[in-house]
Design a protein around this ligand. Structure first.
Ligand code: HEM
Length: 484
C-alpha cells in the first residue's frame, strides 16, 4: 500500500474511535450538494459541503474529488500538505472509512513531480509541489538582469516534458484551428528582444498576511525578476491570421501543464494587448540569451510585459482568439482582488476583473530585516528595486527613517535606458546613503515609489488587504539595528 501524501500531521486522516465508520459505496453517493459532498483522506471521511464555495482553489477543482479520495489531487496540488490545511480539513471530519476500503482506495501512481528540473540551491522554496521559489533579497539587486537560475519560479502544476522535435503550437480563432506552428515555424518570424520584469501577483504577500490572515503561498519580496526575452512577436503571428480585432475581445493562452482531469493551465489578455505591436507581447524561446529553461516555460513562453506573471503562460500549447475571457480557475477565481471587508463567506469572484497590469511597487533588498548595519559618516546604505505595470516608468523612490517626517530621494542607478515612453517593462534599481540619528541603536526604513502617472504606493496594508493576498504594494518597511 502506497501513500502519496507524507502527512506531517499525525492527526489528519488517522482512525478516530469516536466517529462512525462508513463504507466506500456510501461515501461515493455523497458527490452532490443535495446529499452532501464528502471526501476521503487516508482513513478520514469529511463533509466539505459548506466549504466547496469557499475553496481558494475554486469549487470546480475540489468537486473533482466529490465522493472519493482527495489524495491523487493533493499529490499534484501538493501545496495542500501543510499543518494549516490538515487542521482545516480535520475540522470537517465526520467519520472513518472501513479498513478494507482504505486499501482499495489508496493510490499506486507515480509521483507526477518525479521529473521536475533540478533547481538552484539558493532559491528559497515556498511550495515544493507545484514548485514555487524565490531568490534571497540581497541577491536580487546584485544585477539589473536577474541570472536565470535565480529567477523566481511560480508553477501551478507539474513541469511538462516537451520534445522540441514534436512540439507544436495550435492557433485557434473562435473555435476553428487555423494553423499549427512547429518550433522552427515560430523561429522564422522576425526575432525580437525585450528586457522585462515579471512579477507574481502575490509578491510581498507575507507582509500583507501580518495584517490579517489570508490564503496563499507566503512570498517574500523576491517573486520578481528582470530578464532579457527573445522570440516572435504575438502581433506578427496574429497578423498572419488576418483577424479583425473588432470581432474578438481576448487572446487566451493554454499551457502543456495539465491538472489531474487533463485541464491545462490557462489565462488570457485583452485582444488589444495581443494585437498591438507596441505592447511587445512575445512568444519567447530564449531567456537571457539561452534556450528558455524548463522551469520558465521551455520551449515557448508568452511574455506579456507589464502584466501580472500569471498571464505570462509557460509551455505554450494553444493561442485562442475569442470573444470570451479564459474560463480557467486562474482567470476566473484566482488572481483577483477584493475589498478588505470581503471574506470567504461573501466573496463573489464574478464581480472583480482578472488582474492584468500591476500597480506601482518597491522593496528594500539591503539591508534585510533585523540585520545589524554599520553607520558610516552618519549614513547607512540602502538598496532596492521599484517597478510599475503597464510600462509606466519609475520616476522617483522616496525613503524615510523618521516615519515620514523627512523623505530622501533615492538615486535611480539602473533602468532600461533604451526604453521608449510607456514601454518601461524593466524594473529600476535604486540606492541611497540614508542619514541616521546619532547614537540611535535601531531604525525603521520605509520606501515608496512613484511612477510616470504619479501613482504612488499606499501607506499600509490595512486598507488594501484582500483575502487571497494579491497586489501587496504598501510602503516597504524594514527595521534594522545600527552599529556606530
Ligand atoms: C477538502 C479538501 C480541500 C481543502 C481543505 C483545500 C484547501 C485549500 C486551501 C486552503 C488553498 C489555498 C492554499 C494556498 O494558496 O496557499 C487551496 C488552494 C487550491 N486548491 Fe484546494 N483544498 C481541498 C481540495 C482540493 C482538491 C481536491 C483540489 C484539486 C482537484 C484542489 C485544488 C486547489 C488549487 C488548484 C488551489 C490553488 C493553488 C494555487 O494557487 O496554485 N483543492 N486549497
Amino acid at each position: 500500500m502506497v501513500h502519496i501524501i507524507n502527512a506531517k500531521s499525525i492527526s489528519c486522516g488517522e482512525f478516530r474511535a469516536d466517529l462512525k465508520t462508513y463504507n466506500l459505496e456510501e461515501i461515493n453517493k455523497h458527490d452532490n450538494k443535495k446529499d452532501g459532498i464528502w471526501v476521503i483522506f487516508k482513513q478520514g471521511v469529511y463533509d466539505i459541503t459548506d466549504f466547496v464555495d469557499k475553496h481558494p482553489g475554486g469549487p470546480s477543482k475540489i468537486l473533482m474529488a466529490a465522493g472519493s479520495s482527495i489524495e491523487p489531487f493533493w499529490a499534484i496540488f501538493a501545496n495542500h500538505n501543510t499543518q494549516e490545511i490538515y487542521e482545516l480539513l480535520e475540522s470537517m471530519r465526520i467519520g472513518n472509512i472501513s479498513k478494507e476500503n482504505v486499501v482499495f482506495n489508496t493510490i499506486n501512481e507515480n509521483d507526477p513531480y518525479s521529473k521536475e528540473p533540478i533547481r538552484h540551491k539558493a532559491l528559497k522554496i515556498n511550495g515544493q509541489k507545484p514548485f514555487c521559489a524565490e531568490p534571497p533579497p540581497s541577491l536580487l539587486i546584485e544585477s539589473f538582469i536577474t541570472p536565470t537560475e535565480l529567477f523566481y519560479v511560480r508553477n501551478h502544476l507539474p513541469v511538462p516534458e516537451i520534445d522540441i522535435k514534436t512540439y507544436s503550437l495550435e492557433l485557434i480563432v473562435g473555435e476553428v484551428t487555423r494553423k499549427e506552428l512547429k518550433f522552427e515555424d515560430i523561429k522564422k518570424y522576425p526575432k525580437y528582444t525585450i528586457t522585462s520584469a515579471i512579477m507574481c501577483g502575490g509578491n510581498r504577500r507575507s507582509e500583507m498576511a501580518k495584517e490579517k490572515q489570508l490564503r496563499g503561498l507566503s512570498w517574500g519580496i523576491g517573486a520578481v525578476g528582470n530578464a532579457i526575452w527573445t522570440g516572435a512577436r504575438l502581433c506578427d503571428i496574429l497578423k498572419d491570421l488576418k483577424i479583425n480585432e473588432d470581432d474578438y475581445n481576448h487572446v487566451q493562452f493554454e499551457g502543456y501543464d495539465l491538472d489531474p482531469s487533463g485541464t491545462p493551465y490557462s489565462a488570457s489578455i485583452p485582444i488589444h494587448k495581443g494585437m498591438d505591436c507596441r505592447a511587445d507581447v512575445i512568444l519567447a524561446y530564449e531567456m537571457n540569451g539561452q534556450i528558455i529553461p524548463r522551469d520558465h516555460g521551455f520551449p515557448v513562453r508568452v511574455i506579456v510585459p507589464g502584466v501580472v506573471g500569471a498571464r505570462n503562460v509557460k509551455w505554450l500549447a494553444k493561442i485562442i482568439v475569442t470573444k470570451e475571457e479564459s474560463q480557467s480557475q486562474w482567470q476566473q477565481r484566482d488572481y483577483k482582488a477584493f475589498s478588505p471587508s470581503t471574506d470567504w463567506d461573501n466573496v463573489d469572484f464574478s464581480t472583480a476583473p482578472a488582474i492584468q497590469e500591476m500597480p506601482v511597487i518597491s522593496a528594500i533588498c539591503k539591508p534585510e530585516p533585523s540585520e545589524t548595519i554599520k553607520v558610516i559618516n552618519g549614513k547607512i546604505n540602502v538598496k532596492g528595486y521599484a517597478w510599475s505595470g503597464g510600462g509606466r516608468k519609475i520616476i522617483r523612490v522616496d525613503v524615510t527613517n523618521d516615519q515620514g517626517k523627512t523623505w530622501h530621494t533615492a538615486n535611480l542607478n539602473a533602468e532600461d535606458y533604451n526604453a521608449k515612453e510607456g514601454k518601461y517593462w524593466s524594473w529600476t534599481l535604486w540606492s541611497i546613503d540614508l542619514p541616521v540619528k546619532k547614537d540611535c541603536k535601531e531604525t525603521e526604513i520605509w520606501a515608496k515609489a512613484v511612477d510616470a502617472s504619479y501613482n504612488v504606493q499606499p501607506e499600509s496594508f490595512r486598507n488594501i488587504w484582500n483575502l487571497r493576498g494579491f497586489l501587496c504594494n504598501a510602503y516597504h518597511r524594514v527595521k534594522v539595528k545600527l552599529e556606530h
